[in-house]
Design a protein around this ligand. Sequence first.
Ligand code: UT7
Length: 334
Amino acid sequence: MVAEIEEKRMKPIGILGVGEYLPKRVLTNADLEKMVDTSNEWIVTRTGIRERRLAADNEASSDMAIKAAQAALRDAKLKAESVDLIITATISPDMQFPSVSTIVQQGLKAKKAVCFDISAACAGFVYALVTAQQFIASGTYKNALIIGVEKLSPFVDWKDRSTCVLFGDGAGAAVIAPVKRNGILSTYLGSDGSGGNLLMLPAGGTRLPPSHETINKGLHFVKMHGNELFKIAVKRLAEAANKALKLAGLTCKDVDCFIPHQANERIILAAAKRLGLERDKIFMNIGKYGNMSSASTATALCEAVKSGRVKKGDIVVLDVFGAGLVWGACVIKW
Ligand code: UT7
């Protein structure tokens, strides 16, 4: 039995398929110029964002998650009824409970799947990947469907120019399972609760339950100290990628495709500079979608693979940072 478990542990684990879903409605910087005191020039030069997608009013996070999941299952050639585990990373679930993962299970008819959500903000997709990897490495489950989905638009104060230009809605998914060769080489996660005040949605939970007062004070909207976060994000992204690469026995010179969280183009370029990564190694989709929190890395990975930017044998680094504060990285040989 022990030998069997050890044997299972030795098997490499990788990504069998990827998928994404972006809502149809596009909100451009020109649209935002009509809503708040901002300019296309400010948004592009300070963030790299040109447009973002907004989910329809009747489109919840699980609706987007199901579409991204279906695409990933098709790509992995895995039937929904064969899925063992569904982990959704989200900070914008349909409701407090039940979890998005159980709603996705119902939508996919993934009857035997065990389902739960995780909350790790913009780092969520990598946290979900690492969690799924543990279940598969231990031999508990044969495969996992991981999803990063966010409908952030209802939590954005569309009168606050310092935050409303940044965020968007979308979903990305991946199927994780043992692979014959290559796969996940290393992972690294970090957290520091002392920075929790820098990015939060203050009301709606048990600390400040919803009330007329919390709504009148706008406490159901994202509050962010952008400047402070910026510096920490650059430092933590570089640190996480370096640590994960070291664990894999690699250096930045070995990286073929660097897929960081898409919060700000300047953060990404500054982190890449610290790492000594050339511009052509960096994959970005922030220009089209803005910051979609956990969905950013998920869709970026999907697009990097589908566009042929990531090829078989490439060394891919997923690198994330978000509210909590939480961060992490994962090195994958594709
Ligand atoms: O997702 C995970 C975590 N998120 C992050 O890591 C985000 C980190 N932070 C950032 O990306 C950037 O700090 C922001 C994009 C949020 C802001 O960029 P910044 O270069 O740090 O700008 P700032 O906050 O220092 O503001 C500079 C100026 C201010 O005007 P004054 O005080 O210098 O006159 C702002 O009022 O830009 C002003 N400003 C704007 N102007 C036009 C802020 N937002 C806007 C806007 N349009 N949308």
